[in-house]
Design a binder for this molecule. Structure first.
Ligand SMILES: NC(=O)c1ccc[n+]([C@@H]2O[C@H](COP(=O)([O-])OP(=O)(O)OC[C@H]3O[C@@H](n4cnc5c(N)ncnc54)[C@H](O)[C@@H]3O)[C@@H](O)[C@H]2O)c1
Ligand SMILES: [Zn+2]
Length: 362
């Protein structure tokens, strides 16, 4: 028997994230009224994508495949134009729909194609990576990269539903799984410390999709993201922390990704960024020594990096100043006042930055 869990993401048009196995039976109800469905998936996920398409055909939809390049290669305006061409040739109307099957790159590209075709048609995401499930597929952000940088073009286009089939994780390379765990523990640190307890209880198992707590960890991480985005749908909340809490560890993390020319996995860069943010919280007199130690214990235990070459600091500082989340010249960080208690730190004292860096520098 497969257990299913549903998490409702509130908003102007609420939708459910369904977690479990054998979820394809959920699709017809989500696609009611659509005659045609385009299933967008990367070459690497041909079998999974075709299984989805065939089940749609059996359910009476005219389902076509849109095979796109793997990973970040998919997130370009050229790939979007390829998709638009086919939707045009097939005569996709306002009532037709898109289903994405893949990691965050696929859900971002496919979500943006859905957002732009006829100014927005329905999209259902079937994320197949841990990062896709707990982060990219939930919350409605879609987008592509441009020559100037990552995710600079996009829109908010919430899906009609998200189906997280745990079985798809079986083929995910271990390093991709571990990278996704960085986002899971990120929301553990900011918002749901039980996640940290579950990870600590068997940290080796937490590096594998077949670990005993995998389902609960994913469910809890999605719940945090659902709550955060429901409270701040379009990232406009200025009074409370809102969606910016999801940026914990990302100010430095993004700068590392840029410095590494995106050769590092996102989760690895975020891991270093999390330790830095914790150290910065401590330097600013906000987080305890034990709180910082917990970051190192968990991230090291998961096999994620927690240090970075010390001589790269000027490059990283420059990268942080260029981050699109920076406002004016002021560096912004999410910090912790305690585990589970996030706060903001704007324009931190350079001494705090230096002190935090000295703890991360190798
Ligand atoms: N929209 C958002 O809110 C949001 C949030 C976080 C990240 N993102 C975006 O997500 C992207 C990263 O997502 P990702 O880490 O899932 O990367 P990805 O989509 O590039 O997938 C990683 C690799 O794993 C392969 N893969 C996917 N599922 C697999 C499976 N089940 N078995 C075997 N291989 C599989 C993919 O083909 C790819 O090569 C970035 O582009 C990032 O900008 C978006
Ligand atoms: Zn992230």
């Amino acid at each position: 028997v497969s257990e299913q869990t549903r998490i409702t993401v509130q908003g102007a048009e609420p939708y459910d994230v369904v977690l479990g196995t054998h979820l394809l039976g959920e699709l017809p109800a989500l696609l009611t009224g659509a005659a045609q469905v385009a299933v967008i998936y990367p070459k690497a996920l041909h079998l999974t994508g075709e299984a989805v398409r065939e089940s749609l055909v059996e359910d009476g939809f005219a389902a076509i495949a849109l095979e796109i390049p793997d990973a970040e290669e998919a997130k370009s305006v050229e790939v979007a134009a390829f998709c638009w061409d086919i939707l045009g040739q097939q005569g996709f109307t306002r009532s037709d729909a898109i289903v994405t099957v893949g990691g965050g790159a696929t859900t971002d590209l496919g979500g943006w194609v859905a957002a732009t075709w006829l100014r927005g048609i329905r999209v259902v995401h079937v994320p197949t990576t841990l990062l896709g499930m707990v982060d990219a597929a939930v919350g409605g952000k879609t987008g592509i990269n441009t020559s100037a940088g990552k995710n600079l073009v996009g829109s908010f286009h919430p899906p009609a539903g998200v189906l997280c089939d745990f079985a798809t994780l079986e083929t995910l390379p271990r390093n991709d799984y571990i990278s996704g765990m960085a986002e899971v523990v990120k929301v553990g640190f900011t918002s749901d410390p039980i996640i940290l307890e579950l990870v600590k209880s068997d940290i080796e198992a937490a590096t594998r999709a077949d670990g005993p707590h995998t389902h609960e960890l994913i469910q809890r991480a999605i719940q945090v993201k659902a709550d955060v985005v429901a409270a701040d749908l379009r990232e406009t909340d200025v009074n409370s922390i809102g969606r910016e809490v999801l940026n914990y560890g990302h100010t430095l993390g993004h700068a590392i990704e840029r410095a590494e020319r995106y050769k590092w996995r996102h989760g690895a860069a975020v891991s270093v960024g999390l330790v830095f943010a914790a150290e910065l919280s401590r330097a600013a007199g906000r987080l305890s020594d034990a709180g910082v130690a917990l970051h190192r214990e968990i991230l090291t235990g998961l096999g994620l990096p927690t240090s970075y070459p010390g001589d790269r600091w000027p490059t990283l500082l420059e990268g942080m100043r260029l981050d699109k989340k920076t406002r004016g010249d002021m560096l912004r960080f999410i910090v912790l006042d305690d585990i589970g208690r996030p706060g903001r730190l704007e324009g931190p004292d350079p001494q705090f930055l230096a002190a935090a860096w000295s703890e991360v520098a190798s």
